[in-house]
Design a binder for this molecule. Structure first.
Ligand code: PGA
Ligand code: ZN
Length: 428
């Protein structure tokens, strides 16, 4: 069989934070090759697939020799000879070899790097770009980008409590134009920080370091940056990743920057105030992963006007998506392949969300690499939205730039998701 897996190689490489990570190369009998690199989160949900690290003192415990040993000693022998075109079969084998509910035995970093490498090898064997292989002839769109302008929370030494202050270029007609609009806002925000004497570098995902005296001040600055770049609020709108699990527990939300504590109801009122005062169209993890009632109350309060994304709350699990839908706890899902541990489980989560008419955002992690697989997933699966961090640092730009190449490959038939990707009505 020409597309049988002939060889699987695992090696240690380094991610965008200078930490070790797992890279897997897969070679097929016909000579086709594919590669996958595991990303790594810093603000992780407690139900994510386990990112297997060595522990100990060397490299602060972040080394991945155990995960690599699993690739070489367990995964490679079992998968050799399997058909790379049968992604579901390969991923089922990984799940069976692991045998745990959260990839704790093999390591989610070992399984996702392998799963992505097999997928890339299959597309190479098919002789088409990955997005086209995934689309399998169905019409697909370039995703609406969600791009960070200020990075806070766990990605900036908790300088702000809110993690991501992002923009969505809703008024763009193409992916190319969307990036131009974001580039203008990113630059305007940098100039604004400069003029205030507060430009001091960037956070983990490339967003400007959030030197603010309150969380709301960041929102104000972001709104000013959008206006300074010359855009109306229906052309470039704000999206927030609150990442509330990082500062909320047991219904108590502690904002360090303002030395304030809120209960679930008070925290809801604070955020509803922001929604009134700023052009926000999307909010991720507004409440902590242990606060489903907060998620439900928020989703009920914003009705059809705001996209409510579950990240830590849903951890790319189809079962959790269906359970959250039954309780109306959100209306969109963040899809992080390494939260699930395999491409097939990520796809199943996407399909569950698609059936529900939810928003779907394929997402990078704060620890990234030159791997661009997620851009192809967002396009080929037609999820409509893509979140990769900011508009600087090459591990981020590698993804945005790959989107431009895909748009060029689509040629005259290229379409851009824009507003249609959000699960609510356009205000236009
Ligand atoms: P992480 O954060 O990759 O550091 O976990 C990204 C996010 O919360 O969306
Ligand atoms: Zn998040």
């Amino acid at each position: 069989m020409k597309t049988a897996i002939r060889k699987i190689t695992g090696r240690r490489i380094w991610d965008s934070r200078g930490r070790p990570t797992v890279e897997v190369d897969v070679e097929l009998e016909d000579g086709s090759r594919g590669r996958g690199i595991a990303p790594a989160g810093a603000s992780r949900g407690s139900n994510e697939a386990i990112d297997l690290r060595d522990g100990g003192t060397q490299l602060a415990g972040f080394d991945v020799q155990r995960a690599l040993a699993n690739v070489r000693g367990i995964i490679a022998p079992a998968l050799t000879g399997m058909d790379a075109m049968n992604q579901a079969g390969v991923d089922a084998a990984l799940i069976a070899l692991d045998g745990t509910a959260n990839k704790a035995y093999l390591g989610g970093n070992a399984t996702i790097a392998t799963s992505m490498a097999v997928l890339n090898a299959a597309a190479a064997a098919a002789g088409v770009p990955l997005w086209r292989y995934l689309a399998a002839g169905a019409p697909v769109r370039l995703p609406l980008p969600e791009i960070q302008i200020f990075g806070g929370g766990a990605h900036a030494g908790r300088r702000t409590d809110i993690q991501d202050f992002l923009v969505m270029p809703l008024g763009a007609q193409s992916f190319d134009e969307a990036l131009v609009m974001v580039a203008e806002v990113y630059r305007a925000a940098g100039d604004l920080m400069d003029s205030l004497g507060r430009r001091t570098g960037v956070a983990d995902e490339g967003g400007w370091w959030p030197a603010f005296s309150s969380n709301e001040e960041a929102l104000e600055m972001l709104t000013r940056a959008i206006e300074r770049a010359g855009y109306r609020h229906d052309e470039v709108a704000i999206s927030l990743d609150i990442a509330a699990s990082e500062f909320g527990r047991n219904g108590c939300y502690k904002l360090a920057l303002e030395s304030r504590e809120y209960d679930t109801h008070e925290w809801l009122e604070v955020m509803l105030g922001w929604l009134k005062r700023y052009p926000i169209v999307s909010v991720e993890d507004p409440f902590a992963e242990d606060d489903p009632e907060g998620m439900r109350a928020f989703t009920a309060a914003v009705g059809e006007s705001v996209q409510v994304i579950g990240d830590d709350f849903l951890v790319t699990s189809a079962a959790r998506v269906n359970a959250a839908a039954a309780q109306s706890q959100c209306n969109a899902v963040l899809l992080k392949p390494n939260q699930a541990g395999t491409i097939t489980e990520t796809r199943q989560t996407m399909e569950a969300a698609k059936k529900l008419g939810w928003g779907m955002i394929v997402s990078a992690r704060s620890g990234e690499s030159e791997d661009t697989t997620i851009v192809h997933l967002a396009t080929g699966w037609n999820t409509g939205q893509l979140k990769v961090g900011s508009f600087s640092r090459s591990e981020r730009m590698a993804k945005w730039n790959e989107g431009l190449r895909i748009e060029e490959q689509m040629g005259a038939s290229a379409t851009f998701a824009g507003w249609s990707a959000l699960p609510m009505r356009s205000p236009a």
